[in-house]
Structure formats: structure tokens, C-alpha cells
Ligand binder design. Structure first.
Ligand code: FES
Length: 316
């Protein structure tokens, strides 16, 4: 879709929110809370951004962009080269971080810009009258994007702000927050990886893995377990065998053989390149499949993941 930037709000230092609308004012494709879209920044870099508006508002998509000092062009261009009236290419919404509607309670833990997918969840949960609490961790009130919005109805009595929590006090605070909810509550977290690691570690005490949900914002360097090994992929439809050497991705090998797999981030975070696996055990190195999905070993993110077995049979 080509969408027009209708409005820009500076939400916090280095964080701007873009309201994107169809040029003809038409309704946009619907999305579920926690969904994200690909946005092509000026210069052609594609990045994923969570939709942080009200999912019931079909007239616009709201995204918040944090200026990354290490930016390879994506956030820098969206901050420096985009103004009201700019037109951006935006992909269809996808959701790898969905709410579980059957959960009796929802505990949301966001840190920094990780608040964005939780915001669309909070809108939906508030509209449904669901039981939820949003814990928002930030360095200070000034650096808290959407703080004013969250301090108003319908969120005010469901949001807890936690500022400048020292690293050695985080676990105790998380335990406190978790203890205020029921053991059957589902936990959702988004933010920097070390923060999410702590939330997952504390929430895992007495809670099954499939009640904990996380969304990575940015690919961390995915450390291979030891060296990269060569393996083969077999295409189920034709039986064709392709060798995947160390240092080369499955996507690249398939492209070489004339098989184009759709990709977007190429960093294991967006889920565009997921392909079903019929045989073999993937070595999952992505951040988009859940723990449970990885354990099932029946799909693979072809841009970053590899194989633990000498052959993987792909449903291609
Ligand atoms: S292209 Fe984004 S996960 Fe593979």
C-alpha cells in the first residue's frame, strides 16, 4: 500500500509517531492487536514497526519510530526525510504477537519503545472489558512515549509506570507485578532483549511456556551454537537436493536455484520467509517463531535458520 503521512507527533526525545492514511481516505485492511507492518523508508530499507493505534480505527495506522543512533538508514530516514504529506510504502499487517483471547487475564510488560505493540493490545483489552495490567518501564517520565495517553481513560487505572528501575532491583519488581495477577494470566513482553529475558525468566516460574509471549524489536546477533555446518535441503515437490554451505542462507541457496522466497527483514524477525518443514530438525535462529512453534520443528525461517540434521525436507 502507498500511505500518506497525515500527522507526526514527537512523542518523546527521539521517538516520533506517524499517522498513516490511505490517500483517498479509504478504510485500511484490519489488523489484530500486536500486529506489525513493513515500512519502506526513503532509500529503500524495509523495517518492521508495530501498529500502536486502536485496532478498531480502520481509518489509519499509527506507528512510532525510535531514532536508532546505530541506524543503518531505516529510522534515520524516517526521522530526517519524512514529513506530513510524505507517501510511504507499507505492507499488509501481520501478527506474530497475538493476544490469547481465552486467557482469563493479561499482564503486559513493555520497556521503552517496546510499549508500541502493547498499546494496541491495551486498546483492544479495554474495549473488551478484559482483565489486564500494563507495566511500562522507562528511564524517566520524559522518555516515556504515549505517557499522556496512557494516563487517561480508559487506560489510567490499568497502567503502572516504573521509572529508572535499577538492574539489580528488576527481578524483585517483576515478581511483585506478576504476583498481583493470577497464575493463569498470560504474560506479554516487548522491549530490549535483556529486559525481556528477565520478564520471561520470572514469568516462567509457575507458568507454562505457552502463556508467555514476546516480540523482538530488532534482531540481536544470533549466536550459532558452535560452527556453521553444511547441510542439504530437499524440495518435497520435486525431490531436488540443494547444498547449503556454511555462511550461506537457505534463502540464498533457493534463489540461486531459481526459487524465490518472499523476504522482508532478512534478520529473522518478521516471519515473511517461513516455510513448512516436512522432515529434519531445524536449527532455529530466528526471533519470530514462539518457543512452542520452534519445538514443533515443522516450520523454518529460511533467512537465518539452519539445520541440526544433515537434510531438511521443505514443503516447496
Ligand atoms: S525475512 Fe524476515 S524472518 Fe526471514
Amino acid at each position: 500500500m502507498k500511505l500518506t503521512v497525515e500527522n507526526i507527533t514527537e512523542e518523546a526525545p527521539g521517538i516520533r509517531a506517524l499517522r498513516l492514511v490511505a490517500p483517498d481516505g479509504a478504510a485500511l485492511p484490519p489488523y489484530t492487536p500486536g500486529a506489525h507492518v513493513d515500512i519502506t523508508a526513503p532509500g529503500g530499507i524495509v523495517r518492521q514497526y508495530s501498529l500502536c493505534g486502536d485496532p478498531a480505527d480502520s481509518g489509519a495506522y499509527l506507528v512510532a519510530i525510535k531514532l536508532d543512533p546505530q541506524s543503518r538508514g531505516g529510522s534515520r530516514a524516517l526521522h530526517g526525510e519524512v514529513a506530513v504529506g510524505s507517501v510511504l510504502e507499507v505492507g499488509a499487517p501481520r501478527n506474530l504477537f497475538a493476544l490469547v483471547p481465552s486467557a482469563p487475564e493479561h499482564l503486559l510488560f513493555g520497556a521503552g519503545i517496546g510499549i508500541t505493540p502493547l498499546l494496541s493490545m491495551a486498546y483492544a483489552l479495554a474495549a473488551d472489558g478484559a482483565r489486564y495490567t500494563l507495566h511500562y518501564f522507562a528511564r524517566s517520565a520524559e522518555e516515556c512515549a504515549f505517557a499522556e495517553l496512557l494516563a487517561r481513560e480508559p487506560f489510567a487505572d490499568r497502567v503502572r509506570f516504573h521509572y529508572a528501575v535499577p538492574r539489580d532491583g528488576l527481578d524483585a519488581l517483576l515478581d511483585d507485578c506478576l504476583a498481583q495477577g493470577s497464575n493463569a494470566a498470560h504474560v506479554y513482553t516487548c522491549g530490549p532483549a535483556p529486559f525481556m529475558d528477565r520478564v520471561v525468566a520470572r514469568a516462567s516460574i509457575g507458568r507454562p511456556a505457552d502463556a508467555i509471549h514476546l516480540e523482538h524489536f530488532k534482531a540481536d546477533p544470533v549466536a550459532p551454537n558452535g560452527e556453521e555446518h553444511a547441510f542439504e535441503v530437499e524440495l518435497a515437490s520435486s525431490g531436488q537436493l540443494l547444498a547449503v554451505p556454511p555462511g550461506t542462507s537457505i534463502v540464498a541457496v533457493l534463489a540461486e536455484a531459481g526459487i524465490q522466497i518472499d523476504t522482508s527483514c532478512r534478520e529473522g524477525i518478521c516471519g515473511t520467509c517461513i516455510v513448512p518443514v516436512l522432515e529434519g530438525e531445524p536449527d532455529h535462529r530466528d526471533h519470530c517463531l514462539s518457543k512452542k512453534e520452534k519445538a514443533a520443528n515443522d516450520q523454518i525461517c529460511c533467512c537465518v535458520s539452519r539445520s541440526r540434521t544433515s537434510r531438511l525436507v521443505l514443503d516447496l
